[in-house]
Design a protein around this ligand. Structure first.
Ligand code: HEM
Ligand code: FPP
Length: 327
């Protein structure tokens, strides 16, 4: 996970988060990513009109999604164990450090994958299971194996992996993918570059040392912070569409998303004005996580009956009435 200190060009960057030692089999599953991936899954559910899914469906979706994300994390660690062993931030991970054998990790990944598909097929529906498998494959094959080592735009396209959980949530709730779920998919896609490139600014020497063409390595910090700012503005702009994507409570969401957006733009502007300041990059990275949690929390809050009391659904764009894209 993010190590206790990240080496920045001029000083050792303060800890993003104190590193807590996890058991090797758990560490390779990258568990710290799962809560936010599940939050976006619930966000996808919240965008579906009608009543909330049955508790059993919600539980199976979250358990199946966690197992799939864990399997994806283990496969990513297996694929990158040599690379991880050569990078300062990841060299102490379970596989490069020998605390976990390849065979054990591979068996764990296969078991988690099979279990995730079984839970989602039996407890939810085949569309949710297929999408979850697609997310796993796009993270491991599209991002990790194909794009990450080849292009500075790796996470712009590879971000599709992390944008799939909202589709899994929508599929679990309605058995189909309405336009609103594709809105949250697109929002996570646009959110990802600002999220990761802020971190990549802190890690650029590490990535340069192993030849990974992350944007700060290939194009420098000024281009990267400008790109982060552009993606932050695009994220803010698209986030406002949630007002009409929500079947109810859009007005409450629209009001409460404003401070989250203001802070995202403030931090991206500060980072752009001080591109070499590690604290600015760290603040942007950390806020990107709180921001996406916030968006998902607001989507769920907007679906509470009380939220509808704030006023009629704005513009009344019947997203739900639009033809579904899948399912
Ligand atoms: C291809 C897209 C993405 C890339 C390249 C990326 C990259 C990273 C990296 C390198 C870290 C530090 C991990 C570590 O050192 O342990 C990180 C942390 C994190 N990422 Fe992303 N990320 C992506 C998408 C996402 C998505 C879609 C989510 C959730 C919806 C997410 C949530 C998080 C969280 C919660 C952390 C903090 C984990 C911790 O505290 O260790 N990321 N990300
Ligand atoms: C539905 C489903 C299962 C979707 C999968 C979503 C998923 C696991 C996204 C992970 C995104 C992420 C944190 C990538 C970092 O990989 P990295 O290799 O750049 O990070 P590292 O350098 O820390 O290993």
């Amino acid at each position: 996970m993010v190590s206790a200190t990240i080496t920045a060009p001029i000083a050792v960057a303060p800890a993003i988060r104190p590193s807590v030692k996890l058991p090797a089999w758990l560490e390779v599953a990258k568990p710290r990513l799962i809560p936010l991936l599940l939050a976006t899954t619930l966000g996808g559910m919240a965008l579906s009109s009608g009543d909330a899914p049955a508790a059993s469906t919600i539980i199976c979706t979250l358990v199946g999604g966690s197992l799939a994300s864990a399997a994806a994390g283990v496969l990513n660690c297996l694929w990158e164990q040599d690379l991880d062993g050569r990078m300062q931030r990841t060299s102490r991970r379970a596989l490069p450090s020998g605390r976990l054998a390849q065979r054990q990790a591979f068996a764990l990944a296969i078991g988690l994958t099979i279990l995730s598909v079984a839970v989602l097929v039996v407890g939810v529906n085949p569309l949710a299971a297929s999408l979850s498998l697609l997310g796993l494959c796009s993270y491991v094959l599209l991002y990790t194996a194909l794009l990450k080592p080849r292009t500075s735009q790796n996470i712009v396209v590879g971000g599709v992996a992390g944008a799939i959980p909202p589709l899994v949530g929508a599929a679990a709730a309605t058995g189909s993918l309405g336009w609103a779920s594709w809105w949250l998919f697109s929002l996570v896609m646009l959110w990802t570059p600002a999220h990761f490139w802020a971190l990549a600014l802190l890690l650029k020497d590490d990535y340069r040392s192993v030849g990974i063409p992350m944007l700060p390595v290939v194009k420098g910090v000024a281009v990267t912070t400008r790109a982060i700012s552009h993606y932050a503005w695009a994220t803010v702009g698209l986030s406002l569409l949630g007002i009409v994507a929500l079947p109810t409570g859009g007005l409450l969401y629209g009001l409460m998303v404003l401070p989250f957006n203001a802070r995202l733009l403030q931090l991206s502007s500060q980072l752009r004005s001080q591109p070499d300041e590690p604290q600015r990059a760290k603040a942007m990275f950390r806020w990107s996580i709180f921001y996406l949690f916030g968006i998902c929390a607001l989507l769920l809050l907007a679906r509470l009956p009380q939220a509808a009391l704030l006023g009629p659904q704005l513009f009344n764009v019947p997203f739900a009435a639009l033809p579904t894209l899948v399912g």
